[in-house]
Ligand binder design. Structure first.
Ligand SMILES: Nc1ncnc2c1ncn2[C@@H]1O[C@H](COP(=O)(O)OP(=O)(O)OP(=O)(O)O)[C@@H](O)[C@H]1O
Ligand SMILES: [Mg+2]
Length: 245
C-alpha cells in the first residue's frame, strides 16, 4: 500500500478538503483507497457522512487489541473506505508516547490492512506532534497545503526540517491552497514557494466556493459538481501525486 499524508503546522489550510477529494479521485480511478482520519475534529469523517465513532477509542485502536479493519467503515463510494476519528483521537499523541517505538506505530497499524488497499490517505491534525511524526514515518509522500502568504516559505522550511528527517524520508510535496490570484501578495508568495520548492504541485487549489462546499454537501466536489473546474482540479492533483508515490 502506498501512503500519502496531508500535513501542515498551520490549521485551516485545506488538509481535510484535499484529503477527502484526492482520496475520492484515487478511488474513482480504481485504486482501493483508505482515508484515515487522524484528527479529533473528525472533519474527514463528517465530510463523507461517517459517524465519527471508534469503539474502544484511540487507545483501543492504537493498541491493536481490536483489529484495525473492524474500525474501518465503507463510504457511499466503491473502493473508498474510511477509518474514522472521534474525540478520543485528541489523546493520540499521549497514547503513541506510551509505545517504545512510538513513531513506528501508525505504520504497524497500516501494515495490518496493507493487503486490502492500494492507497492510504492520512488526514493529520494541524501541528507537528507525535501523531504527525508517526504519520510522516508511515508515509511515502507528504502533501503540504500552503496558503501563499509572506511567511509561507518559512513555515514550509520548518515543516520540512521537522518531518523530512526520518530514516526513510518521504517525498515532501507542497501544494498551494486557498489561492487568490487577484491578490498581488498571493502571486508573489506562490512564486517564492515554487522557487524554494520546485517539487510543488503544478496544480493549485483556488479559494473557491465550490471547494468549500465539500463540508456542506458532505461529499467530494466531483459528486455534487461533476462538471466544475474544482472537480477537474482535484482530478489533476491526483494525477500529479500518483506517479510520485
Ligand atoms: N480551496 C478552498 N476554497 C474555499 N474554502 C476552502 C478551501 N479549502 C478549504 N476551505 C475551507 O476552509 C476551512 C478549512 O479547510 P480544511 O478543514 O480543509 O483545512 P484543514 O487544514 O484540514 O484544517 P484543520 O487544520 O483544522 O484540520 C473549511 O471551512 C473549508 O471548507
Ligand atoms: Mg483538517
Amino acid at each position: 500500500v502506498k501512503v500519502a499524508a496531508l500535513v501542515s503546522m498551520k490549521g485551516g489550510v485545506g488538509k481535510t478538503t484535499i484529503a477527502v477529494n484526492m482520496a475520492y479521485e484515487a478511488s474513482r480511478t480504481g485504486r482501493r483507497t483508505l482515508l484515515w482520519d487522524l484528527d479529533p475534529q473528525g472533519a474527514a469523517s463528517f465530510s463523507l457522512r461517517i459517524k465519527p465513532k471508534v469503539k474502544g477509542g484511540a487507545r483501543g485502536l492504537i493498541s491493536r487489541r481490536r483489529p484495525v479493519d473492524r474500525a474501518v467503515r465503507g463510504t457511499d463510494f466503491d473502493e473508498l473506505d474510511l477509518l474514522p476519528a472521534d474525540l478520543s483521537a485528541r489523546h493520540l499523541d499521549v497514547v503513541l508516547d506510551g509505545y517504545k517505538r512510538s513513531t513506528a506505530r501508525l505504520g504497524r497499524l497500516l501494515a495490518d490492512v496493507a493487503g486490502d488497499y492500494d492507497l492510504a490517505v492520512l488526514d493529520c491534525p494541524p501541528g507537528g506532534g507525535l501523531t504527525v511524526e508517526a504519520a510522516a514515518e508511515a508515509s511515502d509522500l507528504l502533501l503540504v497545503p500552503t496558503i501563499p502568504t509572506p511567511l509561507a516559505t518559512r513555515a514550509l522550511d520548518q515543516t520540512h526540517r521537522l518531518l523530512g528527517r526520518a530514516r526513510r524520508p518521504p517525498a515532501f510535496v507542497p501544494v498551494l491552497s486557498l489561492v487568490d490570484r487577484r491578490k498581488g501578495l498571493h502571486r508573489v508568495a506562490a512564486d517564492d514557494v515554487r522557487k524554494a520548492y520546485p517539487e510543488t504541485l503544478t496544480t493549485e487549489v483556488p479559494d473557491a466556493l465550490t471547494v468549500e462546499r465539500t463540508a456542506v454537501e458532505r461529499a467530494p466536489v466531483a459528486v455534487f459538481a461533476p462538471h466544475s473546474r474544482a472537480a477537474s482540479m482535484f482530478a489533476a492533483i491526483w494525477d500529479e501525486v500518483e506517479p510520485r508515490l
